[in-house]
Design a protein around this ligand. Sequence first.
Ligand SMILES: Nc1nc2c(ncn2[C@@H]2O[C@H](COP(=O)(O)OP(=O)(O)O)[C@@H](O)[C@H]2O)c(=O)[nH]1
Ligand SMILES: [Mg+2]
Length: 190
Amino acid sequence: MKEIIFVGRSNVGKSTLIRALTGRKIPIGRRPGITKKPLQIPYHEVMVTDMPGLGFMSGTSDEGMEAIKDNIVHYIEENAGKIMLAVMVINATSFSEIVDRWTLRNEIPVEVELFEFLHELNIDVIVAANKMDKVRDEDKVLDGIGERLGMAPPWRQWLDAIVPVSAKKGDVEGLKEIIRKKLEAVRKNK
Ligand SMILES: Nc1nc2c(ncn2[C@@H]2O[C@H](COP(=O)(O)OP(=O)(O)O)[C@@H](O)[C@H]2O)c(=O)[nH]1
Ligand SMILES: [Mg+2]
């Protein structure tokens, strides 16, 4: 069965987004890191996978976080052939700031690493810029996000790669449409 994976840092809204898309009452974290193992939810004729969060988690050691990252990388490598789409969920309100902080320390930001890793495996990636309800200057913020992932502004050139959403408000039509098109393409290829 084909699969759509949702990946990203803890607390960016992966679970809320899956709930908004599928209508399934999956657990939403009151604290970061509530999703510790890949959680699979049937959606149309595919499986939606809620991956554990990357990065900081309260109550988890550095080694614990590294182990989670290794598990995620391993899972993606093992299942690459089945993964028809990866939705990389980011918090639009903090993404650029976090990326810049890592870059200043000469470290590769975990999302940038993940984004490149997915491309290396030839997996289609869509960046879901979540929490847009908290963003005022939408174009500026989305341009900044795209730029940090190697997509030159304006972001509207990259409508197949970046989609603004607000999972909490249920404002997810753009992403639904992209998934619908992907499903149609997969059906045709059968
Ligand atoms: N303002 C706002 N908050 C959101 C949005 N989506 C999720 N959240 C909140 O972000 C927190 C983390 O959400 P969760 O889905 O558990 O994140 P996950 O760790 O990535 O699965 C929760 O308090 C959500 O209510 C959104 O679109 N806007
Ligand atoms: Mg979650």
